[in-house]
Design a protein. Structure first.
Length: 197
């Protein structure tokens, strides 16, 4: 069976080059057996994302400005793992409520991926959420900064797949999540792992 293998090498030294507000730039001297190498990378807390599908198989995408790439990207609801020891599914439900004003009655693990394994340890888990309902008025979240200007759209899943494959969608959570949802749907959803929130 094809599978990546976790295989850490001994770290001889670890230095924080820059301590940031959300993530750090670090340098590790790694023992590869024959040689030792310095590898600098972004130490990241990780994130979750949610492919929310309605009863018409439309996916919710949000327009959000991403300064490092100077672009407004269409992305699924997503966010950092910024609550210590928070369960990933609980984090995903929190992000869906905060960014999309939605709660879901059914949840599945859709896909896991590293965003840029050559330069960051960021890991994202994408969930599929269905049986959607609006958040109670009393529980609405006040969005700030880039989140305040997010524009939500519901897009047929097939149209989102076309946008991903043509390069019109470039957010890794959107591309990976949309393609994983389409692949799961093609298999009759039989490959999904249900999760409890």
């Amino acid at each position: 069976m094809l599978a990546d293998v976790e295989a850490p090498r001994p770290v001889v030294s670890h230095d924080v080059i820059h301590a940031g507000r959300i993530f750090d730039l670090v340098g590790d001297v790694v023992d590869l057996g024959e040689t030792q190498v310095l590898r600098e990378y972004v130490a990241h807390p990780g994130a979750v994302a949610v492919i929310a599908l309605d009863d018409d198989d439309r996916v919710l995408l949000l327009s959000q400005y991403r300064h490092p790439v100077r672009s407004e990207l269409w992305e699924p609801p997503a966010g950092l793992r910024d609550v210590p020891d928070e369960d990933l599914a609980v984090a995903a439900a929190r992000e869906l409520a905060e960014e999309a004003d939605l709660v879901a009655g059914s949840w599945w693990r859709l896909v896991d991926f590293f965003t840029t394994p050559g330069g960051s340890d960021e890991r994202i888990r994408v969930f599929l959420a269905r049986d959607l309902q609006p958040v109670a008025e009393a529980d609405l979240h006040t969005r700030t900064d880039e989140e305040a200007g997010m524009v939500p759209v519901w897009v047929p899943l097939d149209d989102a797949v076309d946008a991903a494959l043509s390069g019109r969608l470039r957010s890794p959570t959107a591309v990976t999540g949309v393609l994983a949802a389409a692949a799961a749907r093609a298999r009759g959803w039989s490959t999904l792992e249900a999760v409890t929130v």
